[in-house]
Design a protein around this ligand. Structure first.
Ligand code: UDX
Ligand code: UDX
Ligand code: ADP
Length: 482
């Protein structure tokens, strides 16, 4: 069969570019993939035994293809020159200055990548935007490329948003729900779409590969993330109602999710959502809507973010209230710092908000996470948005590599991430080494609350009122009252 593409370059070796190209190399042994990054340290890590990001199954794939048809390099110009197809998957952080500060995406890195391509390319390229960027970003890339076009060099620009979730990136890439490719609806544009589609068809059934115009593709990415986050904010809003009444949010989620029109996924109430995408993409959507003079639409989506802030704060306040309204100088063990399990990523993790609030109240934190590096935790908690006094934070926080050490003489345990291993810890032993009364605040609803209460813990969780009287009642030791 004719090979439509033989060499692909990916600019940006991060959470998106790294796993995506590794899986592509694994599934397309005849295509040579080169992932480039301006950070020599990152590239060195991709070439080592300790990859810069943790994803289940990723290292095995990288090991199998590395230096065969998968290369990690800092030589950006060579990789650009050789490739027929280039992915741009650089970071698009929220702007922290100037126009659109705090909401608009900072397209600086995307622009740099586009300029680099324009300067280096000597032959025609298909340029594929893979970073999450606001609607019309492909258009800006096109402007930069076409304004700097050399004779005999053509550019086709496509939007091909990535839907992988961290922690399941490899599985998501091998078996995606769909692949979305947006492009210009012209002969050249359609041909470029077909070429990229051909790459995915090496391992993905054609029915799952969707093609649209560029703007639909870009907006679909923002919309998908906004919908997912909205489900979490919706169930989290109801978790507050559950705690105030006798309803149990898990029961409500189950009953609601069984409606096939609604579906059961992404209805897990929690301390709040985190991650690099949800908040950023919704803020972007809100910003775009305001720019389009659609304030009602902007306000509608902004509420998804506001509800998430409320949930994180509400959970943290509950901890303080339960600990007799003061956590000053109390040792509190934080179980989990990553924004979800099976990743070492801490971007926008709800744990940062919880820790910030507890630190402001004078607590001493003992943080344990199986995958997050201590350095990362300190850098997150001493950042300017968290504290004006980094030295104070450094003194109040200890990062532990063992959960049993983290709980010693602690007044409370706060579960911020749903790591499986938290379910199988020896809570009798943990109870023994804690201060009494010993509290557990389960922000992820993963622990066996009945069993913990039987050990003697005071347990609080999301979306369910747990009281010790209830426990005794279920033991049949005291008569039913109220
Ligand atoms: C609804 C619930 O579906 C049902 O489970 C509950 O018991 C009663 O309320 P109903 O109001 O009869 O049922 O009709 P439904 O099919 O849900 O439609 C409600 C409205 O939403 C209609 O005006 C419908 O046209 C509109 N709709 C529905 C849309 O605009 N878009 C859609 O995708 C679906
Ligand atoms: C998300 C999208 O799922 C993915 O398709 C997109 O490409 C990038 O953004 P990611 O942020 O990696 O992926 O993880 P996701 O599984 O979506 O979780 C995001 C946050 O929501 C996590 O903090 C998670 O703990 C939380 N969450 C998720 C809940 O609180 N409840 C749920 O039911 C699901
Ligand atoms: P994402 O989650 O979107 O993948 P990351 O921050 O994990 O974001 O990765 C983006 C990567 O892109 C970083 O490693 C960064 O060094 C790299 N990068 C940013 N701009 C450029 C550029 N102009 N050329 C090469 N690499 C770049």
């Amino acid at each position: 069969e004719e090979l439509k593409i033989t060499k692909i370059c990916c600019i940006g070796a991060g959470y998106v570019g790294g796993p995506t190209c590794s899986v592509m190399a694994y599934k397309c042994p005849n295509i040579r993939m080169t992932v480039v990054d301006k950070s020599a340290e990152r590239i060195e890590a991709w070439n080592s035994d300790k990859l810069p990001i943790y994803e289940p199954g990723l290292f095995e794939i990288v090991k199998e293809r590395r230096n065969k048809n998968l290369f990690f390099s800092t030589d950006i110009p060579t990789a650009i020159r050789e490739a027929e197809l280039i992915f741009i998957s650089v970071n698009t952080p929220t702007k922290n200055f100037g126009n659109g500060r705090g909401r608009a995406a900072d397209l600086k890195y995307v622009e740099d990548a586009a300029r680099m391509i324009a300067e280096t390319a000597q032959s025609s390229k298909i340029v594929v935007e893979k970073s999450t960027v606001p609607v019309r970003a492909a258009e800006s890339i096109m402007h930069i490329l076409r304004a700097n076009q050399k004779a005999d060099v053509r550019y086709d620009i496509l939007s091909n948003p990535e839907f992988l979730a961290e922690g399941t990136a490899v599985a998501d890439l091998i078996n995606p729900d769909r692949v979305l490719i947006g492009g210009e609806q012209t002969d050249d544009g359609l041909r470029a779409i077909e070429t990229l589609s051909w790459v995915y068809e090496r391992w993905i059934p054609k029915e799952r590969i969707l093609s649209t115009n560029t703007w639909s593709s870009e907006l679909s990415k923002l919309a998908a993330n906004a919908f997912l986050a909205q489900r979490i904010s919706s169930i989290n809003s109801l978790s507050a109602v559950c705690e105030a009444t006798g309803a149990d949010v898990s029961e409500v989620a189950k009953a609601v999710g069984l409606d096939s029109r609604i579906g059961s996924k992404f209805l897990q109430a929690s301390v709040g959502f985190g991650g690099s995408c949800f908040q950023k993409d919704i803020l972007n959507l809100v910003y775009i809507c305001e720019g389009l003079n659609l304030p009602e639409v902007a306000a509608y989506w902004q509420q998804v973010i506001d509800m998430n802030e409320y949930q994180k704060t509400r959970f943290s306040q509950k901890i303080i209230e339960c600990l007799f309204n003061t956590v000053s100088d109390k040792r509190i063990a934080i179980f989990g710092f990553a924004f979800k399990k099976n990743t070492g990523d801490t971007r926008e993790t709800p744990a940062i908000t919880v820790c910030k609030i507890l630190l402001e109240e004078g607590a001493k934190l003992e943080i344990y996470d199986p995958k997050v590096e201590a350095e990362q935790i300190f850098s997150d908690l001493t950042s300017a948005s968290v504290t004006e006094n980094p030295e104070f934070v450094r003194q109040a926080v200890k990062v532990q590599s063992d959960p049993y050490t983290a709980v010693e003489r602690a007044h409370a345990i706060v579960v911020c991430t749903e790591w499986d291993e938290f379910q199988s810890l020896d809570y009798n032993k943990i109870y023994g080494s804690m201060m009494k009364p010993a509290y557990i605040f389960d922000g992820r609803k993963i622990l066996d609350h009945d069993a913990l209460q039987k050990i003697g813990f005071h347990v609080q969780t999301i979306g369910k009122k747990l009281n010790r009287a209830g426990l005794l009642r279920s033991w049949g030791q005291i008569p039913q009252f109220n």
